[in-house]
Design a protein around this ligand. Sequence first.
Ligand code: G
Ligand code: G
Ligand code: MN
Ligand code: NA
Length: 254
Amino acid sequence: MMLEESLCEAVRTQQFMLHYQPQIRVSDGRLIGLEALLRWRHPSAGLIMPGVFIPLLEETGLIIEVSDWILEQACRQRHAWQNRLAPEVTVAINLTARQFADHRLVDYMAALLASIELPARCIELEVTESALIHDIEFSCQVIRDLRALGVRIAMDDFGTGYSSLAYLKQLEVDAIKMDRLFVANLQSSPRDQAIAYAIIELAHHLQLEVIAEGVETQEQFDLLAQMGCETIQGFLFSRPLPADELEKMPSEFR
Ligand code: G
Ligand code: G
Ligand code: MN
Ligand code: NA
């Protein structure tokens, strides 16, 4: 109850903020994307992570308001960085299942991009498998409509859902994000190497880009690079950071 009340307060007084985690292109080490990750700056408890409060936002229905804010905030931030980032650098935004199922999403996205005059190619939307499979035909249509706007779509947490492969057959996404479950023990586990390699090969046969998540060591990076993975995200490069801290990074952020 306490947390729930302060959550209402947080929405009213805008205690949320976005951090951004760099995504690095393997071929040349350049910044290619920034994933927006929600944080709650609680006045007394400090920084609270989304695993704790997103379920509560969903239960209380506050998620709708906050989700709209996230989309708008991330798009505005990308626009503010327009002169500092190469044109192909995307800001990636996580969608909840509920947001994805909301019939307003495509129109909202189109209106938002138009109102801030942001090229759609600057935005990537991350959708989890579990959000997509709820109503597969509807999902296919929403993905088609979003891509028709020019927005990129990535399937998040790839490999952790069920029947991933059956759905890949139908869902026309641009990229998959290989879950960090498959990255964590890459150095020590030939089994995990085999799975990671199979995921990358599968994705490439479908002309999908692979973004590996949770890359923490150079050994993991090297293995993934050898396997042909094109994009890497993880603590090896940077943890998620506030926009102003990112801007201070001389080499990666330019
Ligand atoms: O950011 P980590 O730093 O703790 O995030 C944990 C999880 O919370 C992520 O895997 C993601 O699924 C979810 N998450 C983080 N930020 C957002 C957001 O802006 N929107 C949604 N829907 N989920 C988010
Ligand atoms: O949306 P998604 O489930 O992909 O969220 C990414 C999550 O992974 C966030 O909680 C983020 O803070 C976390 N993360 C990002 N890089 C690393 C990493 O290198 N190691 C670990 N353990 N977690 C990471
Ligand atoms: Mn994500
Ligand atoms: Na993920």
